[in-house]
Ligand binder design. Structure first.
Ligand SMILES: [Zn+2]
Length: 264
């Protein structure tokens, strides 16, 4: 029995997180390097064969409706990790419902029908300072497409969590109690702020980790996590096959919490 999580709705990572595919230097070193020494140069990192991540289109309203219908058909739900603003190339923060009004409405409808459960996936998904999130000419900017590093000032992290929660709560008219750390990166400060903001659950792919805070529950099990990229770039049948192949008997996120004795 698993929950299904889909990450990266509306974040700029799909456009600006540009780097080539990587490979490990050797079996003893964990460090990853570009697949070819020049793979991160200029446009080469964006070519179909070498592209490690961006660019790719945002999920379309049509595809989103299809997902919503399929989830209904299979009698299950999905947690959508939404980044509350799209940070554009001029460092303008555009609320998700202004940048993607059609998709936002479809999600809102799905929330009402309890097909979608919403998780906070940051305000920007990336480091805002000095536009470090924009693509580089000769290297990867991947590490700047995470938002809650230890070295980011506390006041910025606090501002981002408060603002993103407010935007999501106001638009969907719900209480947000779940957080998906962008790039599975967060720190002690982040946890402190999350608790202050009423977040009770962290969903992550990071294994062997827990919070030492009683108020926070880290869920890193019984979960299939995918990205909008998988749907956008996958085959037409990608999502229906995923639902067919996996055991998503959980009707809702709250049911999952009940079964696992999690206080949501
Ligand atoms: Zn993400």
């Amino acid at each position: 029995m698993k929950i299904l999580r889909i990450d990266d709705f509306f974040s700029n990572t799909r456009l600006f997180n540009q780097h080539a595919k990587t490979r490990k230097i050797n079996v003893f070193l964990l460090k990853k390097i570009p697949i070819l020494f020049f793979a991160n140069w200029l446009f080469i990192k964006r070519t179909k064969i070498l592209k490690g991540w961006a660019p790719f289109p945002e999920i379309s309203p049509k595809k989103l409706l299809e997902i919503s219908n399929l989830l209904q058909k299979f009698d299950c739900s999905a947690t959508l990790a939404i980044t509350a603003t799209f940070l554009d190339e001029n460092s303008k923060f555009i609320p998700f419902f202004e940048k993607y009004p059609e998709q936002s409405k479809i999600i809102k409808d799905g929330v009402r029908k309890k097909i979608f459960h919403i998780a906070n996936h940051g305000l920007t998904h990336c480091v805002v300072n000095k536009k470090k999130y924009l693509p580089k000419l000769f290297s990867s900017n991947r590490k700047y497409h995470r938002e809650f590093y230890n070295w980011i000032p506390y006041s910025i992290k606090e501002d981002h969590i408060i603002k993103s929660n407010k935007l999501l709560e106001k638009y969907f008219n719900i209480k947000i109690d779940t957080f998906v750390p962008p790039g599975n990166v967060w720190c002690k400060d982040t946890e402190e702020i999350l608790i202050k903001e009423g977040i009770k659950i962290i969903l992550t792919d990071k294994k062997n980790i827990n919070s030492n805070k009683q108020e926070l529950k880290v869920i890193n099990y019984d979960m299939i996590s995918i990205h909008t990229k998988d749907i956008v770039e996958g085959s037409k049948e990608y999502f229906s096959n995923l639902l067919k192949e996996n055991d998503y008997k959980v009707k809702s996120f709250s049911e999952f919490c009940k079964i696992n004795n999690i206080n949501s």
